[in-house]
Design a binder for this molecule. Structure first.
Ligand code: PDD
Length: 291
């Protein structure tokens, strides 16, 4: 069976899923997106992702193409139609189709596309040995809190990571502080066992996984400090890890070639990863219809 996607009101075979060349997402990256994890046929933190999607839309003054409930039905239907047990759901909303002109069109309707696909489990070596990251300058725009499809600096950064054989690139601002990864939030653990991650603001994306992990850490009585940290502090940290919908909690054991802590995943990263996976598996099973 071929994959099915949802494009602007219709369910279509993925290979035929197309949007207009005048879509402002294509012309201007004038759109927003979300990536939701599907774990054991459960949608992870669905409402958190939808709330962030709403916020991104509001910040860019893009009108929602439909109410939340029908959208949640489409999301469920795609997971079921594509038989996704473990994978990701991708949601994108652009400002719509209009003759090319930078300013907002007077009469375009926002275009929603949704797709779902299975993903492979993380390689065992990532979890057993940890992954490496490189550092790069953060050259992005000043509104990184908006989950916009305008991802060119992130694309270039991730490519640099791949070429260096690294899992991720951590971006560093002009003050020498780490902002976040190209597609994940950045964390370190101090020698005292406190976890540090950058405070929210316009400089980073408010990761949905970040919020869940903060809650888990709080419940586990781990001390949390939301503040900036320098690359140097990260290199001297006891542990480091990244969080995202697709990486969950991923231990980082090398930054720019320097080993972090003992050079293997530390106890706090491992504990948070296990607790986050348990949290995902507590989500309700997806059924075709919303109750
Ligand atoms: N990336 N920071 C950036 C720049 C991101 O692109 C992402 C997510 C995150 C983590 O957010 P969350 O925990 O909500 O996934 C942080 C997604 C997975 C992506 O672009 O594919």
């Amino acid at each position: 069976m071929s994959r099915i996607a949802y494009v602007d009101g219709r369910y279509v075979p993925h290979s035929h899923a197309q949007v207009s060349m005048d879509d402002r997402g294509y012309q201007f990256a004038d759109g927003v997106y979300e990536v939701v994890t599907i774990r054991q046929k459960r949608m992870v933190d669905e409402l958190g992702h939808l709330a962030r999607l709403d916020r991104s839309l509001r910040e860019l003054e893009i009108e929602r193409p439909m109410k939340e409930r029908p959208m949640r039905q489409i999301m469920r239907r795609l997971v079921t139609l594509n038989k996704v047990e473990n994978g990701i759901l991708y949601i994108q909303i652009t400002r719509g189709v209009a003759r090319r002109d930078h300013a907002f069109p007077a009469d375009a309707n926002a275009v929603l596309v949704v797709s779902a696909r299975p993903t492979r489990p993380h390689p065992a070596a990532y979890i057993e040995d940890g992954v490496s990251v490189i550092s790069i300058p953060d050259i992005r725009w000043a509104r990184r809190d908006i989950k916009s499809t305008s991802l060119l600096p992130n694309v270039l950064g991730k490519q640099q990571a791949v070429e260096a054989g690294a899992f991720e690139a951590w971006m560093v601002d002009d003050a020498g502080d780490v902002t976040e990864g190209t597609a994940s939030n950045a964390w370190i653990v101090t020698k005292e066992g406190h976890i540090i991650t950058r405070n929210l603001g316009t400089e980073i994306l408010s990761g949905i996984t970040r919020l869940a992990v903060l809650k888990i850490a709080q419940e586990s009585q781990i001390k949390i400090v939301e503040r900036s940290f320098t690359l140097e502090e990260a290199k001297q940290a006891a542990e480091a890890f990244v969080t995202s919908a697709s990486a969950f909690v991923m231990p980082v054991t090398q930054i720019d070639g320097s080993a972090i802590g003992a050079g293997k995943p530390g106890p706090i990263s491992q504990k948070l990863r296990a607790a986050y996976i348990a949290f995902m598996e507590l989500e309700p099973l997806i059924s075709n219809e919303l109750e």
